[in-house]
Design a binder for this molecule. Structure first.
Ligand SMILES: [Zn+2]
Length: 64
C-alpha cells in the first residue's frame, strides 16, 4: 500500500474517533468497549457516557 495514502487514512480515522469520543448530550468523554460475538462472527463497538449513563452503539463489524 502507498505509505502516504495509509497515513491519510489513519488521520481520517483519528478524526472520526475524536468526534465520537465525546457524549453528544453532555459533552463528557466516552468510555469505549468492544464485544466480540463469535457465534455471529461480529464485533460490536459501543461507548458509554459515565456522566449521564447513555450508551451509544458505534458500529458493528463483520468478521467474515
Ligand atoms: Zn453524557
Amino acid at each position: 500500500m502507498n505509505l502516504k495514502k495509509e497515513t491519510d487514512i489513519k488521520k481520517k480515522y483519528q478524526e472520526i474517533i475524536n468526534k465520537e469520543c465525546t457524549c453528544s448530550i453532555c459533552g463528557s468523554k466516552l468510555e469505549f468497549s468492544h464485544f466480540i460475538d463469535y457465534g455471529f462472527k461480529k464485533v460490536k463497538e459501543s461507548a458509554v457516557c459515565n456522566e449521564c449513563g447513555v450508551k451509544f452503539q458505534i458500529r458493528d463489524y463483520s468478521l467474515n
